[in-house]
Design a protein around this ligand. Structure first.
Ligand code: DAH
Length: 300
């Protein structure tokens, strides 16, 4: 209003009139709002401790969460993450892993063969990989030891769908190769992994087993979390649940990738991600992971 002094007399009077009206209006409005607000704080107080309304938020799929948790255990131990193709050659899925054609061990890996001509017939037919182990070969072909990798990925098997089987599921493969790597290293790494994932004090046992690509081989069992070893329906009365396969890399596997089996040693392991997620969360049916029912997914 100070600036009004510069105006012509007539304009000045008008400006003052309008400005005063505006001032009165604003003062009245402010006074009214102040009395409303101060009244409110005395009577119907705003409860600032009430929870706000939730903002809908997306989340990671439980299989992804479990996969991330598994990989996170290996990163501090110096493992890097590698991957390979889901559409694979017979050579990588079988031959290079010491699973010869016509060998009965091939039958334990039921496989989806792809009905298309192979772009590299010397590597055999095309298939959907039935495990993540072929990535061991692909990485060793390209790189020299020492190596420490973990490989997450989808695998496929023509199993009829039921509570325990799905034609697609996820695995994490591991491989460590160095000039001196022993079964004790394998046990140490896997025990540390299982303690990190399932909590310290988790009971495990290594049981002799057979895999064509490792020698010696073992399966790792976890003391059943439902019955703590006593035997129940979750563990089929055994007290233990099998959770992974492992072993010392077979010399024929090293030969296939051009490593000198007399100079390097290594261990490998493979586990099913859905199986781990089911054990961790007490989920009884693998199909729940793939039905995209929000009532299930929103619990994670
Ligand atoms: N590839 C095996 C399977 O799918 C799992 C496995 C067992 C992987 C032993 C390994 C291993 O690397 O050493 O049943």
């Amino acid at each position: 209003m100070k600036g009004f002094a510069a105006l012509q007399a007539e304009q000045r009077a008008n400006a003052f009139k309008q400005a005063n009206e505006l001032k009165a209006y604003m003062e009245a409005a402010l006074a009214q709002r102040l009395s409303e607000v101060s009244g409110a704080s005395k009577s119907v107080a705003v409860d600032v401790t009430l929870p706000g309304s939730a903002v809908p938020q997306g989340r990671l799929h439980p299989v992804t969460q479990t996969m991330d948790a598994i990989l996170a255990c290996f990163i501090p131990m110096g493992f890097e993450i590698a991957d390979g193709p889901e559409l694979e050659f017979e050579y990588y899925n079988f031959d290079a892993l010491n699973i010869p054609r016509d060998h009965p061990s091939r039958e334990s890996f039921d496989t989806f063969f792809v009905d298309a001509p192979s772009p590299q017939p010397q590597k055999g037919r095309l298939l959907l990989r039935s495990h993540t182990s072929p990535v061991q070969i692909r990485v060793m072909e390209r790189r020299k030891p020492p190596l420490r990798i973990v490989v997450p990925g989808k695998v496929f098997r023509p199993d009829p769908l039921d509570a325990g089987h799905s034609f697609m599921f996820h695995q994490v493969e591991g491989l460590m190769v160095d000039d001196r790597t022993s079964f004790a290293d394998l046990k140490g790494v896997l025990e540390q992994f299982l303690a990190a994932l399932f909590g310290p004090g988790t009971k495990t046992r290594f049981r002799p087993h057979f895999f064509p690509f490792t020698e010696p081989s073992a399966e790792v069992d976890l003391a059943c979390a439902s019955c703590r070893g006593g035997g129940c329906s979750t563990c089929g009365q055994k007290g233990w649940v099998e959770i992974m396969g492992c072993g010392m890399v077979h010399p024929n596997v090293f030969k296939a990738v051009g490593y000198d089996a007399n100079k390097v040693q290594g261990f490998a392991f493979g586990l099913g991600v859905e199986r781990i997620a089911m054990l961790k969360h007490g989920i009884k049916d693998i199909r729940l992971f793939f039905e995209n029912d929000l009532r299930f997914l929103e619990q994670f």
